[in-house]
Design a protein around this ligand. Structure first.
Ligand SMILES: NC(=[NH2+])NCCC[C@H](N)C(=O)O
Length: 204
């Protein structure tokens, strides 16, 4: 794997990662509630999910065509329900713990876990890892070779983190200058609306 392919992979994933979606909304919401530490905890959970997606897509070489439509539907239903529930519970809690010091114990572990599920059941991640990603790595030969695997995974994880970093930093800055409540309502509401949309599209 040469540097060109590494950068092409990283650039494609950066574009997908920086685009607004449920990962971005969770990072915003976690940062509004508990500052940069909470946002970073959510980001770490998302990265673990992305690690799983990229390793699965590379080692099993699964593509969208091979995944049963029933599994897709189940994943979307789980994603819709979880987004709705998470949006509701975040909105109900309110941005009470806007400073790191006031954050309740266990809050960061919760954000990491939320990040993990949000990242795993992300319809945009499904599209990326099962449709775009296989095309991007198709010339690499044996993608189960540990070296190739490590290169691809490092490109994905670094670019995903780089895509979420501007949202983390700007959310932290907004929370600091007194917009924590607005940010909280906006990102919690976005998660809720995405949950409704995913569910609505499934049943309509
Ligand atoms: N690594 C990826 N391409 N993941 C999908 C990210 C989707 C989108 N940026 C979101 O926040 O929901």
């Amino acid at each position: 794997m040469n540097a060109e392919i590494w950068f092409a992979l990283a650039a494609a994933n950066f574009a997908a990662s920086v685009a607004p979606g449920q990962n971005v909304a969770l990072v915003g919401s976690a940062t509004a509630r508990t500052g940069l530490v909470g946002g970073t905890a959510a980001l770490l959970g998302i990265l673990v999910a992305e690690l799983i997606w990229s390793v699965l897509a590379l080692t099993l070489a699964v593509t969208a065509r091979e995944v049963s439509p029933i599994l897709f539907t189940c994943l979307k239903a789980a994603s819709g329900g979880f987004l709705f529930w998470l949006g509701m519970s975040l909105l109900r809690e309110g941005p009470s713990a806007a400073s790191d010091a006031a954050a309740p114990a266990g809050c960061f572990a919760r954000f990491t876990l939320d990040g993990f599920w949000i990242g795993l059941a992300n319809p945009l991640a499904l599209i990326f890892f099962l449709s775009l990603f296989p095309g991007l790595v198709s010339d690499l030969g044996d993608t189960t070779d540990p070296m190739v695997l490590a290169c691809c995974v490092s490109a994905i994880l670094l670019s995903s983190a780089a895509g979420l970093a501007p949202w983390l930093v700007s959310s932290g800055a907004l929370a600091k200058i007194g917009f924590a409540r607005h940010l909280h309502v906006l990102s919690g509401g976005a998660l809720l609306v995405m949950g409704v949309l995913v569910t609505f599209r499934l049943i309509s």
